[in-house]
Design a protein around this ligand. Structure first.
Ligand code: ADP
Length: 162
């Protein structure tokens, strides 16, 4: 049985993340999309908002569950008895970073195997920070994030008055 975790900040979830979620759900029995609560990161959305966005966009995928966690990924994986970590790779820069994380996670929890999924070519240039850089100036983000999320992002910037 493959119980996989796909972890990230998802601030906000992009079409690139959603593509990885859909593909990972097909190769796992259960996929937990885990939102990381990182006190050192200044996020646009609260952890509850990010969880809600992920629940909305994954509502029609039966074996996907959304969770939040604090602290080490390796500890969270142990806590929920997961055996696979899913990571997305856009380019060689992602690979260098992700390889390091994978090696460290492997030392901290030897029950976890990492599977890398390469980004679809449509999503190679997408990142949560790119979404925010465009949205802050009122640019079109329709091609970057799931349609259900566009309004939440626009609303957030309107409230901030930027
Ligand atoms: P973090 O904020 O922890 O870097 P992200 O939420 O940006 O996390 O990313 C979580 C995972 O999704 C990482 O494995 C990252 O490489 C992957 N990822 C991010 N954007 C894309 C994309 N456009 N296509 C495929 N994978 C992606």
């Amino acid at each position: 049985m493959i119980k996989a975790i796909y972890a990230g900040s998802f601030d906000p979830v992009t079409l690139g993340h959603l593509d990885i979620i859909k593909r990972a759900s097909k190769i796992s029995d259960k996929l937990v999309v885990a939102v990381l609560e990182n006190p050192n990161k200044n996020c646009l959305f609260t952890i509850e908002e990010r969880k809600k966005h992920l629940e909305i966009v994954t509502a029609d995928i039966e074996n996907v569950e959304v969770a939040t966690f604090k602290g080490l990924f390796a500890d969270f994986a142990r806590e929920i008895n997961a055996n696979v970590a899913i990571r997305g790779l856009r380019n060689a820069v992602d690979f260098a970073y992700e390889q390091q994380i994978q090696l460290i996670n492997g030392r901290l929890n030897d029950n976890i195997e990492t599977i890398f999924l390469s980004a679809d070519e449509k999503h190679i240039s997408l990142s949560s920070s790119a979404v925010k850089e465009v949205a802050v100036f009122g640019g079109n983000i329709d091609f970057m994030v799931p349609s259900e999320i566009v309004g939440f992002i626009e609303e957030k910037y309107m409230k901030r008055g930027v």
